[in-house]
Design a protein around this ligand. Sequence first.
Ligand code: HMG
Length: 387
Amino acid sequence: MKIGIDKYNFYIPKQYIEMRDLAEARQTDPNKYLLGLGQDQQAFAPLSQDTVSMAANAAAAILTDQDKEAIDLVILATESGIDQSKAGAIYIHHLLGINPKARCIEVKEACYGGTFALQTAVNHIAKRPQAKALVLTSDIARYGLNTAGEATQGAGAVALLITANPRILSVNDDATYYTIDVMDFWRPNYSRLAHVDGHYSNDQYLNALDQVWADHQALSGHQLDDFAAFCFHLPYTKLGLKGLKHLTQKAKDEPLEEWEESFEASRAYNRRVGNIYTGSLYLSLISLLENDTSLQAGDLIGLYSYGSGAMAEFFSMNLEANYQDYLEGDKHRRQFAERQKLSIPEYEALFQEDLLSDGSQQSIPAHGDQDDYRLLGLKDHKRIYGK
Ligand code: HMG
């Protein structure tokens, strides 16, 4: 039985900054960000958008009443969750009106969490093919103003509806895993900002790719030229390009140019969003589907998932017949076009705003997101969501 992605969507906040503007403000050559990191713009989440509201917005646009009846598993993968105890998935389950006879859970292992959520959902549907599972990845990446990581921040959420006989992509049973205990990136409970050993983290990303790719070839029998395209976790898009070069360094007769063109398609959206941690790989997958016109039904796509700490996985998916009929490129391009650009002083002022933590009431204004689910305010240490 085929199991995989039947519907998908992503949500990005309504505000963004231009990397050229950031470069000017940080007295840096813009090409360092545009070419060196491969980033053009960066999505910015105001206080009115957190990981719960962004994930709810990503899912709301694709779920029908029939889906909400059939869903019996909601998994939220995030590393910037809103509570140490209660799963964000429960708030989202309520906001979306999903039937109560469902499991709701939140999972974490840095950017890898989304892949664990996806694979768990696939295993769940294998046992209950009549059901549907909702996988959500949602994150706000923050390193701090004037830090090396600032240029790799971002915010957004991806929603994937996992079913039997999916209309878009089926997930193959060929995942290989790798875990190594390293301190390349982490965020202690007391900190809103991530700590990172940047160059070391790049090395870990590429080392782990070697491990899971070698195992994947042995397990699946796949060779490089079986793949029409590859998607990578993209903390910034240049690292995915390095991953592709790493993977294909020994290629001779293989279609290097085609893979590079597909890679450009797969990073088009990520260049304009930045890192969304758990969702970065899946935003890249959506970008590939909606921007690569050379792909065909049946094509094999290789996916590399990496989460700092570190955990990595390589697996594959196949494009289903007529998958093109279910893509939403126009809608997503409109989402980008409708964003509001922030100047760097505006971004810096918003970046320093924070939620109250003393239990008093706080009302949070809309930031162009009045028609979306958003955080309306706080009361008695509780978050209040609505539109
Ligand atoms: P940096 O040290 O400021 O930058 O920080 P750099 O000096 O390494 O330069 C970056 C690139 O720009 C280099 O290219 C330069 O040559 C180039 P490379 O040599 O690597 O190919 N460059 C230029 N290119 C053209 N024109 C110019 C120019 N100047 C320089 N004028 C770093 C970069 C990524 C380390 C920093 O932004 C950072 O720490 N980011 C956060 C950490 C990160 O994203 N790590 C990625 C791997 S870990 C991961 O993926 C997990 C993660 O998503 C978290 C999770 O799992 O939850 C982060």
